[in-house]
Write a protein that binds this ligand. Structure first.
Ligand SMILES: Cc1cc2nc3c(=O)[nH]c(=O)nc-3n(C[C@H](O)[C@H](O)[C@H](O)COP(=O)(O)OP(=O)(O)OC[C@H]3O[C@@H](n4cnc5c(N)ncnc54)[C@H](O)[C@@H]3O)c2cc1C
Length: 416
């Protein structure tokens, strides 16, 4: 079968890309080995983060490194085999995390983030997914006066970038979330113009359904190999071979596996996170997602239950699950809310697709005509899927671009 465009990967990024292309006249095939929104775009914290205008640099202060090194933190842990395997990417990550570099990177990153809610809204409306969205904002809880004070100073500056917030006292927090115990906390920032999604996978599935309603095609196939042809691309899968003029790689943390045989070796590395749901009862119902800023985990109300998501674990994609970080987080979470009955017997784990310079790759592959990359959105791929999809559509259809994609080009690492 021949298509104008094949998109590989039906996470938030690939599904949004397929949606935009189909909507703008291309005949698109969206390929994934699983149903849309079954991997990282399933397991995230479900926040559409208008406030996320700052990146996540590598710890460079001695005090931070000393804190992380014993590997007992709730926000970040690591495994030695992953450090060895990704050492080059990590060195670059360290380099890109200097204050001067982060300032430049964040200015570029913000050109994407500023579009996140508007671009999601277009797709939410088209797919009739309004029931999955809450616009009450989310709560960033602080345990220390010092971190709260610096967060307030930063949030005040962020208003210039369109990010809205309120500072909350413990009394105000208790009034908003009467079931939660805020002992040990000193206050919070309420991010007002970020949104919560009650089932991230269902939102991707709603976007995928809208894509199908526009005659877009989805197949649950495992892509084994891609090869360039004189007039486009040939995609071999476990269940058939497909052809297209253009090909988009949007396979999240698996993207390198698909493009390495074509001679690309981008410094993409995974940052794992875990989640577990707990049955919602009259005693633990909450309205807002709450991020424990000083311990680095999120508690969010989802359709499946209260979802507890961990921070990052630097490990390899195929490493067995290690529940140490999640178990430590659960002890802290249970002091905030009663979490008596786990919904699943085993916690979920998935990997954020990260780049050393904390920016996604969006644009032409470089070495092949009509090959496009859209991956590496690390901590905010759920937020940035729709704007990425729009940009890839504009690139393929040779339209004026909503955002300058130069800072996100795939060739930037060959220069460093
Ligand atoms: C714990 C946690 C919390 C997070 N919280 C948030 C949040 O609140 N907000 C936010 O914006 N982001 C969040 N993120 C990050 C976000 O989830 C990711 O950046 C985003 O989901 C990446 O989307 P994606 O489409 O690139 O990748 P994925 O969703 O992983 O999709 C890639 C797809 O490619 C498919 N694929 C791979 N290889 C093949 C192949 N060979 N053949 C066919 N298909 C293939 C996979 O099956 C998969 O469906 C969080 C991440 C984690 C882990």
């Amino acid at each position: 079968m021949r298509y104008d465009v094949i998109v590989i990967g039906a996470g938030m990024v690939g599904t949004s890309t397929a949606w935009h292309l189909q909507k703008n006249g291309s005949k698109v095939l969206l390929l994934d080995k699983k149903l849309p929104g079954s991997e990282t775009s399933y397991g995230n914290a479900g926040l559409i983060q208008r406030e996320a205008i700052h990146t996540h640099p590598f710890p460079r202060q001695i005090s931070e490194m000393v804190r992380v090194l014993p590997n007992q933190g709730t926000d970040i842990r690591y495994r030695i085999p992953a450090i060895l395997r990704y050492h080059q990417a990590l060195l670059q990550y360290w380099k890109y995390s200097s204050p001067a570099s982060v300032k430049k990177i964040e200015a570029e990153w913000q050109t994407l983030i500023e579009h996140c809610t508007n671009e999601h809204q277009t797709m939410i409306t088209a797919s009739g997914a309004e029931n999955l969205i809450s616009r009450e904002g989310w709560l960033q809880l602080h345990r220390s006066e010092e971190t709260l004070k610096s967060a307030i100073a930063a949030a005040d500056k962020d208003r210039e970038q369109g990010v809205e917030h309120n500072v909350l006292t413990i009394e105000e927090l208790k009034a908003m979330e009467p079931n939660a115990n805020f002992d040990g906390f000193v206050g919070a920032i309420h991010w007002l113009n970020s949104w919560q999604v009650s089932n991230p996978s269902a939102l991707v599935k709603a976007y995928a359904k809208s894509f199908q309603e526009m005659q877009g095609e989805i197949r649950e196939n495992d892509v084994k190999e891609i090869t360039p042809e004189a007039d486009g691309w040939k995609v071999f899968t476990d269940n058939g071979t497909f052809y297209s003029d253009d090909l988009v790689i949007a396979a999240g943390p698996w993207s390198n596996e698909l493009i390495k045989p074509l001679g690309y070796d981008l410094p993409l590395f995974p940052m794992r996170g875990y989640h577990q749901h707990f049955k919602i009862t009259g005693k633990n119902t909450i309205k807002h997602s709450m991020f424990d800023m000083d311990k680095g985990f999120v508690m969010g109300p989802m359709q499946q239950g209260i979802r507890i998501t961990t921070g990052a674990e630097m490990t390899t994609m195929d490493a067995p699950k290690n529940f140490g970080q999640l178990n430590t987080v659960l002890k802290l979470a249970r002091k905030i809310l009663p979490l008596d009955e786990a919904v699943e017997s085993e916690a979920w784990a998935g990997s954020r697709p990260c780049m050393p310079d904390m920016k996604p790759v969006i644009g032409p592959a470089g070495k092949h005509e009509h090959l496009w990359f859209a991956f590496g959105h690390s901590h905010q791929g759920f937020t940035l899927g729709p704007i990425t999809g729009r940009l890839v559509e504009e690139l393929i259809h040779d339209k004026p671009l909503t955002v300058n994609v130069e800072p996100f080009n795939a060739q930037r690492f060959s220069k460093s």
